[in-house]
Design a protein around this ligand. Structure first.
Ligand SMILES: Nc1ncnc2c1ncn2[C@@H]1O[C@H](COP(=O)(O)OP(=O)(O)OP(=O)(O)O)[C@@H](O)[C@H]1O
Length: 437
């Protein structure tokens, strides 16, 4: 235990060493009075030269978190008088990190709130810095998502992940599984879209020899691989109605039969489902069973679209670039980030990934700036998005647009594009600014 303020109550501070996590003792006016050893090991010593208030040390703020646009667990603790929990992003020696903060009030003999113990659990399911392994982000919307995943991962509760296509539902399912007590077992993903009832049943439950034409031997189902682990049903909204009954029975009784078999088997798994559809609407239209909906929806988590967390675009883009080409060391310029952050991205992170992959193909060096991205985004824009009202533009711009469209029609084959345009390859390069005039 390290005492920071001399006048703090040593006996109260000693209690910090009883915690299994980094912990600090804080006064009612935010002053850090003491830290335990685990705190120093994880977050370093409290710097003596800068302020020692919790918001200064953990965030580099000059004012308490609530005045800097974040929730303040100490303030919440003061008003509720009981334990409060919140997910914050803290500055650490390793950069920004997600931290699960628990604040416990300690009362003096007179019953007044005297001290606060802040327990700081590092959250490893996501990264607030560039990473190729995890979900990345630091926006408030992303933090709320991480908070939900962090809360539910240690339980066995069924989770329903909802969000537009490409928002990271599969990545979130993996994060839940990896942080759960089942992480040593397998997470089995079943892509429910496009499977007929028969195929779905034999994939999930397996079949015995002779169950149907082509069943030449016994085949175990995916459920056996998921034993003890996690079953992730992606696009659950696409499960055929007939199969929904069998799924409900499996969830309710934990038992199933392989196709063609009378033997009852038992399955032990944690269920995570994902959908981009509005399941409530599907229930209303009769396409999805209401009883199954309530079974799978014990803990719903909504994944925000990328356009609702634009602050994350730069960090996600840099992480994707590194993942796409680990050796190229691509550098995304500020102008590039600005341009990407303004995009609508109906296909969310997956669309961003596609744009960046195209950018790496167009880039002549390891610099990706707005000019390269403009080209990728232009090529990506569906034709119907071109404004209907005709805008007169200068000849050079119109020519460049024509040549770019032609080049994309020719799938990047410049020689073919130049031939169709009726100009030499050299002129083609020159007109597109690919060589000096
Ligand atoms: N926060 C994030 N940080 C980094 N990469 C991300 C993040 N979210 C999503 N991705 C990446 O975006 C792509 C799409 O993610 P994922 O497949 O999990 O989305 P999805 O919501 O399951 O999509 P669909 O509904 O189409 O199945 C993947 O390459 C994934 O690694």
């Amino acid at each position: 235990m390290q005492l920071i303020a001399k006048d703090s109550d040593r006996n109260v501070a000693l209690m910090l060493d009883g915690f299994d996590y980094p912990a600090i003792l804080v006064s009612a006016d935010y002053e850090i009075l003491a830290t335990n050893e685990l705190y120093t090991e994880t977050f370093g010593e409290i710097p003596r030269d800068r302020g020692s208030r919790c918001y200064e040390v953990s965030h580099g703020y000059r004012v308490p978190c609530d005045q800097a646009g974040e929730s303040c667990p100490l303030l919440a603790c003061k008003s509720s008088g009981s334990k409060e929990r919140v997910l914050h992003i803290h500055s650490t020696p390793r950069g920004k990190e997600h931290v699960d903060v628990e604040m416990l009030p300690i009362r003096g003999e007179d019953g007044e709130l005297k001290y606060f113990v802040e327990i700081l659990k590092p959250v490893t399911i996501a990264s607030a810095e560039f990473s190729t392994q995890q979900m990345v982000g630091r926006s408030p919307a992303f933090n709320r998502l991480v908070e939900m995943i962090n809360l539910v991962s240690s339980r066995d509760t069924s989770v329903l992940l909802m969000g537009e296509s490409g928002t990271g539902k599969e990545l979130a399912a993996k994060a839940i599984h990896d942080a759960s007590p089942r992480h040593k077992h397998t997470m089995v993903t079943v892509e429910c879209a496009g499977l007929t009832e028969t195929l779905f049943e034999s994939e999930l439950f397996g079949h015995v020899k002779g169950a149907f034409t082509g069943a030449v031997s016994n085949k175990p189902g995916l459920l056996e691989n998921a034993e003890g682990g996690t079953l992730f049903l992606d696009e659950i909204g696409d499960v055929p109605l007939g199969m929904q009954v069998k799924l409900l029975r499996l969830i309710e009784t934990g038992s199933y039969r392989a196709v063609g078999s009378t033997q009852l088997k038992r399955a032990q798994f944690r269920l995570i489902c994902a959908t981009h559809k509005n399941l409530m609407e599907q229930v209303a239209s009769g396409a999805f069973r209401e009883d199954l909906y309530y079974r799978i929806n014990a803990f719903p988590i909504v994944l925000p679209p990328l356009r609702e967390r634009r602050e994350d675009v730069g960090l996600i883009a840099k992480s994707i670039l590194r993942k796409l080409s680990p050796d190229e060391n691509y550098r995304l310029t500020d102008s590039g980030i600005k341009m990407l952050s303004a995009c609508h991205f109906a296909g969310n992170v997956r669309e961003l990934r596609n744009v960046l992959e195209r950018a790496t193909i167009f880039a002549h060096s390891n610099i990706i700036d707005f000019k390269i991205l403009e080209r990728c985004l232009l090529d990506a824009a569906p034709r119907k998005k071109i404004p209907e009202t005709f805008v007169w533009e200068d000849l050079k711009t119109r020519e460049a647009r024509y040549l770019n469209d032609l080049l994309s029609h020719c799938e990047g084959d410049k020689a073919q594009a130049a031939k169709i345009a009726g100009i030499s390859l050299r002129s083609f390069y020159r007109k597109l600014g690919l060589i000096q005039q």
